[in-house]
Structure formats: C-alpha cells, structure tokens
Design a protein around this ligand. Structure first.
Ligand SMILES: *Cc1c(COP(=O)(O)O)cnc(C)c1O
Length: 462
C-alpha cells in the first residue's frame, strides 16, 4: 500500500513514512494510492465483534507490511485500553431512527482520542524498531493538545511540547494539559493568542537547524494515520444498525474535515452510506462551499463550539482531490489561489461533492436551543458540538434510513455553555472527577521563537 500527495510532487511513501512525515514535502496531504475494498460478506462479519477487532479488520489493508498482524493487534489493544466504556464508541437512541454515536469516552473526553491514542502507539512501535526518537511540537486551542499529551505520555521514544495561549483555554482543557506527570510531556503557556502559538510552531518547522536537531514531528489533523483511525467507528456504528443489508446516514460536526473525510473513505471501501452531512457552526465556509458559493475565507467568529471555529479547513483538500478526479495539478492550483483569499469549484467537481456530501449550519442561538430541546425530548445532555450536529441532522434525516449523529465531546468539557443552555452543570465522569485536585505542571513562556527553542532543546531526553 502506497501513499500519494494531493499535489502530486512529493515521493510516494509507505503508511509508516506517511504517518511519521505528516505534511508532504510539496505542501500536499497524503492519501492512499488506492482505497481498499471490503466485500459485503466482510462487512457483515464485523457484526458483534469488539471495537478492537473491528479496528484491526478495517485498518489492516491500509497498513501494508509496516507492522505484523501480531504487532498491530497489540498496538490497537494498548490504544483503547484506557477508554471508559467497554464498547469504546457506544450508540444511543435519541428518537425513532436517530442515534447518537458517543465518541467521548476516551481519556480527554473528545473524539480526537480515537486517532491520537492509536498513533501514539504506532509512533512508539515504529521508532523503537528504527532505534530513533522524535520531538512532537503542536499548538492547540484546547482539545488537540491534551489528546496528544495523553496519547504520548510515558512513551520512551517521543517528547511532546504543546503550546497553548495563556489564559485563553477553559479550566478543564488547561488541567488536562498541565496535570499529566510524565517527564516526556510538556505544557507551555505562551503569552499570546492561538494564532501566535500556531505561528511559532510553524517557525520551528521552518528553522531547519532546529527541526533536524531535535527531529521535529507533527501530529495535527492532516496526519493520514489519524484520518484512517477514524474510519473504524463508521463501520462499527453502521454494522450495529444493520449494515451492509441496510443503509445508514451520518451527520458530523465539522471543523478541519478530518472526521467526515473518514466517513468518505468508509463509503469508498464499500460501507453503504446514504447521506454524509457536514454540520458547521456560524463559521460556515464549508456549508457555503457545499452550497455552491465557492471556497472563500471570511473572519473567524469565536463560538460556543470552539473546536469547529476554523478559517480554512485543512482536510478539505483531500475531498477536493477526489472531487477533481485525483487531478493533483488542479489541486495545487486551487491551493495557490487560496493564499489570496479563495477559489470557485468547477462544475464537475461541484457535482461530485454534492453526490457525496450534504451540509447545514447552526447559529449560536440554535445551538443553545438544541441543547435545551434535546434534554427535554430524550434526556440527553449534548455538548455544543454535538448540538450543532443534532440540529443539522434533524433537517436532513429521512424516516426510513437511520441517521447517526456524532457526539464529538463530553458535555463536561464545555460546562459554561451547557449550563447556560440547560441550567445543568455537567459533572465530569467519575474516573476523572479528581481533575480539579491534581497538581499542575506548566511553563509560562514568552511568545518568542528563541525562548521556545531553547526550552525545548534543554528539556528533551537525549
Ligand atoms: C476537533 C473537533 C471537531 C472537528 O473535527 P474535524 O475533524 O476537525 O472536522 C468537532 N468537535 C470536537 C469536540 C472537536 O474536538
């Protein structure tokens, strides 16, 4: 199995090298050269299997010979052992033919744990075999940083440094980053905003002396291994509801398009998906684009579903690559146009996108109203991201096709908005109810490249 870049100018890589590289050298994103197929019988045989065995069977063809079956099974087992629910991704019924896929039972209470926990173990196994080590640097506005620290903490061949804007993340998010005690994970509270954090990480990657000296690596949402790990729960959920004999639909609260793109891959592999619905908040560039208005940047408006507050949706490039019939030249040109504000999508590609994706947007008021109405209707307390999904799902679902809405975070991760909408302060799950008592470890640091690089050089294990 080979991986190719959406811009066509980077070398083809194996799964392992594509994972360790992250971004392709031509600025593109890696995708599988061919998407493997699962037969109807192979899909039917997933019924009743554990999440781990489902993950093994769905992901195995993407891995090639980078890991043996035995290694890969052990990696998956370690990745999901820390989840707080035996089903890992349980389904709950909200209404006739409407289901919620709870993706928040991992260690940091958001769906990013599904991919991050797995790539933590994949990185460690690959690096151990190569006798190599890396330094992971990342910027976070909240969820990604803690998921990365939880996934890599205690692993001997990796150091992790997460930059977050001092004073601008929620208390739960901060504590999830500052309370892991393992020596190889480091929270850095930067005097600046999220854009500063992101810019400094980018500067580090562009400082080749530093980059090569500390063997810098990235695990942001464009990493193809993260996308592929998310394909698994589309299969487990659909099969629970009768696939492949019965079609199902999904609605996905969307920001960087990594999660819903995993749904596209599941469909290409043979899973009978009827609708794939993109749900956005008021930052609706994707909804506007999928409604035929082109892909044009606006200003980001902070919202109560902050993990979806995006300007440019990085994984959308992968969706465009397939909509343009894998024409890497066309994609490189669109991405050039994006630098100066945006582009229009060709008629043929628009046709392909609308055959695959539907979309909807949710205002702040509608998000709050949905949290309240869903609590009254089904007793479920949604997080604001899940509420964006439920509102859009209700606009698209059909009586005869089960709709599965992805609940991407636990309500306790966004207590202020949830309490505002419902009057209920959502409690943390018992396994982390002592989060507010754990001691914090964090370095406050200037928004300055030299200061950050010095700190990292001094604190990595050699
Ligand atoms: C990251 C995130 C999203 C958006 O997912 P993408 O893959 O970026 O589209 C939605 N909800 C929550 C809670 C998240 O953390």
């Amino acid at each position: 199995m080979k991986y190719i870049s959406t811009r066509g100018q980077a070398p083809e890589l194996t799964f392992e090298d594509a994972m360790l590289t992250g971004l392709a050298r031509d600025g593109g994103l890696y995708v599988p050269a061919e998407i493997p197929q699962m037969s109807q019988d192979e899909i039917a045989a997933l019924a009743g299997l554990s999440y781990e065995e489902t993950a093994f069977r769905v992901m195995r063809p993407f891995i090639g010979d980078c890991f043996t079956d035995e290694e890969f099974r052990a990696i998956i087992a370690r990745a999901y052992a820390g989840f707080g629910h035996a089903a890992r991704a349980p389904l709950k019924q909200l209404a006739p033919n409407h289901f919620l896929l709870e993706l928040f039972h991992g260690p940091t209470l958001a769906f990013k744990d599904f991919a991050m926990q797995l790539i933590g173990q994949l990185f460690q196994s690959a690096l151990e075999r190569r006798g190599d080590r890396v330094t992971i640097a990342g910027a976070t506005s909240g969820d990604t940083g803690s998921a990365a620290m939880e996934a890599f903490r205690g692993l001997s061949n990796v150091d992790v440094f997460i930059l977050y804007p001092h004073g601008r993340v929620s208390e739960v998010q901060r504590r999830q980053m500052t309370t892991p005690q393992d020596a190889n994970v480091h929270a850095l509270a930067v005097d600046g905003d999220f854009d500063d954090c992101q810019a400094r990480v980018k500067d580090m990657f562009n400082d080749f002396d530093f980059r090569d000296g500390v063997k810098l690596a990235g695990v942001n949402s464009i990493n193809i291994a993260r996308v592929l790990a998310q394909v698994v729960y589309y299969f487990s959920a659909a099969v629970s509801l009768g696939a492949p004999q019965r079609k199902v639909s999904f609605t996905v609260p969307t920001g960087n398009f990594g999660d819903i793109f995993a749904g596209f891959i599941a469909k290409q592999m043979g899973l009978p998906i009827d609708q794939l619905v993109v749900a956005t908040n008021q930052n609706d560039i994707l909804h506007r684009c999928l409604s035929g208005q082109g892909y044009h940047k606006g200003d980001t408006q902070p919202s109560i579903s902050p993990s979806m507050d995006i300007q440019v949706s990085s994984n959308f490039e992968r969706a465009l690559f397939y909509a343009y019939g894998k024409d890497a030249k066309a994609i490189a040109q669109l991405m050039d146009e994006l630098k100066t504000g945006g582009f229009d999508v060709s008629q043929g590609a628009m046709q392909a996108l609308s055959e695959t994706y539907a979309s909807g947007r949710t205002s702040e008021e509608e998000t709050l109203a949905t949290i309240k109405s869903e609590l009254a209707a089904s007793g479920e307390l949604l997080c604001p991201h899940g509420a964006v999904g439920v509102k859009v799902a209700n606009e698209h679902r059909k009586a005869d096709v089960p709709m599965i809405t992805l609940a991407t975070a636990h309500p306790a991760k966004f207590p202020a908005a949830v309490e505002d909408a419902s009057g209920i302060h959502p409690p943390l799950p018992p396994r982390m109810s002592d989060l507010y008592e754990r001691s914090e470890r964090v370095t406050r640091i200037a928004n300055d490249l030299a200061a950050l690089e010095n700190h990292i050089r001094k604190n990595i294990a050699h």
